[in-house]
Write a protein that binds this ligand. Structure first.
Ligand SMILES: Nc1ncnc2c1ncn2[C@@H]1O[C@H](COP(=O)(O)OP(=O)(O)OP(=O)(O)O)[C@@H](O)[C@H]1O
Length: 235
């Protein structure tokens, strides 16, 4: 469904993406892992059109999305740190986003309900805890029932119950055939929700395999150990 071909991106002299080629298909949860600064967020932002690559192509269902924008309505994005107008109330932020997307009649308010956001509707964004802000970001990512979800460290800052709710939602949407790309450093969480792991190091694809493949290849029963083994062997 998403084909990334030979993608390159530099910031000045720093090469952040180096000839990245991968294919993601529907009905899968893909975990993007790798050390800090490996290029994970930059890859996500390139798919979202928030970062323009220097070369290479990104295709969704066969069509290049570079310099296009209509396709973005099919993607739900949860950023690492959501930036919102600090003076607006939760209710106003949700309303504003819904006004922008008037084309969508049916919205998915499940996370708004599960996170009890309606009870906090009158709170201003600037007064929210980090975790509550994350809940708003999660609710927004799923709101318009997008076919693709890109979640950047989605459970960071969420309490364990809120994290469980989000993992449950991810699995539910995957079963509907959606493509979900998650950046995460938490191996146990990846093991719970992901089908495939894309590991980036220094802007390059180190490996891209299913979790069973990784375990079989390394003869490890835990993903964290399997990943550590590959990283150490190849270091
Ligand atoms: N707008 C920018 N201008 C200059 N450098 C940038 C910019 N955005 C990212 N970088 C650099 O690109 C590199 C890759 O950043 P990126 O955010 O993609 O890494 P990451 O793998 O998501 O890291 P983390 O695990 O810390 O979130 C880093 O060295 C970062 O400093």
């Amino acid at each position: 469904m998403i084909t990334i071909e030979n993608l390159c991106k530099s910031y000045g002299k720093l090469q952040v993406l180096r000839h990245v080629s991968v294919e993601f298909s529907r009905g899968n949860v893909i975990a993007v892992i790798g050390p800090n600064g490996a290029g994970k967020t930059t890859l996500s932002k390139a798919i979202l059109g928030m970062v323009l690559p220097d070369s290479g192509d990104i295709r969704i269902d066969g069509e290049s999305v570079l310099k296009k924008y209509a396709y973005r309505s099919q993607i739900g994005y949860m950023p690492q740190i959501g930036q919102y107008p600090e003076n607006m109330k939760i209710r106003q932020v949700l309303q504003m986003i819904r006004d922008i997307r008037k084309d969508v009649q049916e919205v998915d308010e499940e996370l708004i309900g599960l996170y009890g956001l309606k009870e906090m509707y009158e709170k201003r964004m600037g007064a929210l805890s980090g975790g509550t802000r994350q809940k708003v970001s999660a609710a927004l990512a799923f709101l318009f029932d997008p076919q693709v979800l890109i979640l950047d460290e989605p459970t960071a800052g969420l309490d364990p119950i809120a994290a469980e709710i989000l993992k449950g939602k991810i699995l539910k949407e995957k079963k509907k055939g959606k493509l979900i790309i998650i950046t995460s450093h938490i191996m146990s969480e990846i093991e719970e929700v992901a089908d495939e792991v894309l590991c980036m190091v220094d802007g390059q694809v180190k490996f891209y395999e299913t979790i069973p493949e990784l375990k079989a290849q390394t003869q490890e029963s835990r993903l964290s150990r399997a990943v550590a083994k590959i990283m150490n062997e190849e270091a």
